[in-house]
Design a protein around this ligand. Structure first.
Ligand SMILES: [Zn+2]
Ligand SMILES: [Zn+2]
Length: 299
């Protein structure tokens, strides 16, 4: 562990040297905003700006899941290179810019980029709309339902359970370590983005969470793309259950309000949900708008 990591990882005990403390305070001014947390000897998560990145040092090279933005990926690459290993694979959980914009930093470094086939379609469409095609590194490998491969002694699987946050979200499972990256399929205690322009579906999102729990097991450790202030980007089955209940609650509430004759304009101004939930804070209009549009869409 390098010194900087050591200082930031909070391992300094109460009795640590005063000198180290002084140095720590001095370092606050120049410390990068990013953070690395190791979950096992080989698997860790990187957070700075955008969706959580997971990396896995395998015997066949480093596997990285998601890439935030170019600067953030460069920060991570700089750290990972210290292990003197090449990059085997970059995976995108879905196409959103806070998960794929940093792909470009891996150009010439990584052998393959992998994502669900709809994620590739969505990434191309978004890049064309934003005229940012030259800033993309697209997946050269895609799959439709399930993708599994042994990489450096660990079996890794991607599952597609249908539309949720978009229509191209993968659950990325490292079987031996039993760690799964959920991308944006779970917003931990934070109101989610629901990208209907990319085929999102809240009703099916609940099914996706159920299928995930069925496929994996109670011991699985989950990594989430985003969490609310004060909540972890790591969690368990229980967190998926809670998020499913929240989505279900939002859909139920919306359905009742539509039937009660509320207008959409009135409805999306709602500031508190009428059921018990730990999801609060900013951004409630996002799922409310999406739920309204989904439930009123022509069948
Ligand atoms: Zn995201
Ligand atoms: Zn997203």
């Amino acid at each position: 562990m390098n010194r900087r990591l050591f200082l930031r990882s909070g391992l300094l005990t109460a009795g640590a040297l005063t000198l180290a403390k002084q140095e720590l305070i001095a370092n606050l001014f120049q410390q990068p905003a990013w953070k690395i947390q190791m979950l096992t000897e080989n698997i860790g998560v990187f957070t700075e700006r955008g969706g959580t990145i997971l990396f896995n040092f395998t015997a066949d090279g480093i596997v990285v899941v998601d890439s935030q933005f170019p600067d953030q990926s460069n920060h991570l690459i700089e750290e990972l290179k210290k292990r003197n290993q090449g990059f085997a694979l970059l995976v995108n959980t879905h196409h959103h810019g806070d998960h794929t914009a940093g792909n470009i930093s891996y150009k010439g470094l990584v052998k393959h980029v992998l994502a669900h086939e709809n994620s590739l379609v969505n990434q191309k469409a978004a890049a064309a709309a934003q005229k940012s095609e030259d800033k993309q590194l697209y997946p050269d490998r895609t799959y439709r339902e399930t993708w599994c491969e042994d990489i450096g002694g660990e079996r890794m699987c991607l599952y597609y359970f249908g539309a949720g946050h978009t229509n191209g979200d993968s659950v990325v499972h490292f079987e031996d370590s039993n760690i799964a990256h959920m991308g944006d399929l779970c917003f931990n205690r934070r109101h989610p983005f629901v990208d209907r322009s990319a085929g999102a579906n809240m009703k099916n999102w609940i099914t996706v969470l159920e299928k995930t729990k069925k496929k994996l097991d109670k011991k699985t450790r989950y990594v989430f793309g985003h969490s609310a202030e004060g909540y972890q980007i790591l969690g368990t089955h229980e967190d998926l259950t809670k998020f499913g209940e929240y989505l279900n609650g939002v859909l139920d509430f919306t359905d009742k309000e539509i039937k009660a004759g509320k207008t959409k304009e009135e409805f999306i101004k709602t500031t508190t949900l009428p059921f018990k939930t730990e999801w609060s804070g900013d951004g409630l209009a996002r799922p409310l708008t999406a739920a309204w549009d989904e439930l009123t869409a022509p069948k």
